[in-house]
Ligand binder design. Sequence first.
Ligand SMILES: Cc1cc2nc3c(=O)[nH]c(=O)nc-3n(C[C@H](O)[C@H](O)[C@H](O)COP(=O)(O)OP(=O)(O)OC[C@H]3O[C@@H](n4cnc5c(N)ncnc54)[C@H](O)[C@@H]3O)c2cc1C
Ligand code: FES
Length: 275
Amino acid sequence: MDRETLIPQVGVVTDIRQDTPDVKTFRVVGLDGKKLFEHIPGQCAMVSVPGVGEGMFSITSSPTNEAYMEFSIKKCGCLTSWLHMIEPDQQVTVRGPYGNGFPVESALKGKDLLFIAGGIGLAPLRSVINYVRDKRENYGKVQIVYGSRSKEDLVDYQEIINEWMKDDGVEVFLTIDREQEGWDGHVGFVPNYVKELNPDLGLTVLMCGPPIMIKFTLAGLKELGFKETQVYTTMELRMKCGVGKCGRCNIGNKYVCKDGPVFRFDQLDELPSEY
Ligand SMILES: Cc1cc2nc3c(=O)[nH]c(=O)nc-3n(C[C@H](O)[C@H](O)[C@H](O)COP(=O)(O)OP(=O)(O)OC[C@H]3O[C@@H](n4cnc5c(N)ncnc54)[C@H](O)[C@@H]3O)c2cc1C
Ligand code: FES
């Protein structure tokens, strides 16, 4: 890791999108108006409001976007509440990129891909999905299963229906937890929907979501005949340093910040207790 990765850089928030009642997407550039740094889909950055705190967030924009980077941030505590109060043109600091990212230029290249996301878990996968859409010739068919509590809680809903669903070779399956007026799509939890869809066993799976979703979806995929070597996930354990020094984020002998956050399931000897 080079020195620059460790040093926070000043970022200007140029645009803020209210995605769901508790998720906002922040567009950030450097003081010179350019993208702060390059990243691999699935990598993260430490975003800070000086004097308030610092937190790890997935870079949700694709590296193919050369103008800016975006973070989709769910309001849940001190830092994220401050971030939700900032206005365009205000500054934050950003250091990174951290973590390994998804192997988009090696193991995933040429593969048929199944993305499975729950809630804010779409944030890291959106970076991969848009990367794959921009480099369509390098990948096979793409299926996306995405679920949230309600229609309003589906992050990036407009992009999904106006762009992803219109792409050739991309199939999107949306689901919400409970029936609601104005929704005529699928209703039910993501793990059950994946089993109902009975996906092709040739697909390589990338998933991200709450621990309970990961746990039951992985079990369901195994029942269908998928092997752990076909399934990647990205983990969101609590982090402090982000660079393998503080010991806050270990799973067995692995540090999520340094060895992950992306893991193929067969690479993990155990899952954290909340999974
Ligand atoms: C690799 C990685 C990628 C992440 N990507 C995103 C992202 O793209 N978008 C996003 O909104 N969040 C993401 N997170 C979670 C994000 O870092 C935390 O939500 C944030 O730091 C909370 O800060 P806070 O001060 O607002 O909350 P705090 O005041 O610290 O905590 C508020 C509540 O959230 C819980 N919490 C805090 N951090 C985490 C965590 N890491 N995992 C689970 N629960 C937590 C606390 O237990 C508490 O209940 C990611 C975390 C990691 C480790
Ligand atoms: S966050 Fe410090 S070791 Fe991973």
